[in-house]
Design a protein around this ligand. Sequence first.
Ligand SMILES: [Zn+2]
Length: 62
Amino acid sequence: MGMKYCPQCRAVVLTKALQNYSQVVINGVPGKRRKIIHLEEDGGCGHSWYTVELLEEVLDRN
Ligand SMILES: [Zn+2]
């Protein structure tokens, strides 16, 4: 569970993770990818999508 931006609702909403993180590398930057959903039972739209989270220190490196 967490607050995420839902591209369908165009708002920050309560979301639920559908699976555990998987490690990914995008443009040489390591990140954590997972699928999340805006649950209808939580009053959401039912839309699911992928998010990638990066380490803040990776972003600071530039
Ligand atoms: Zn939504």
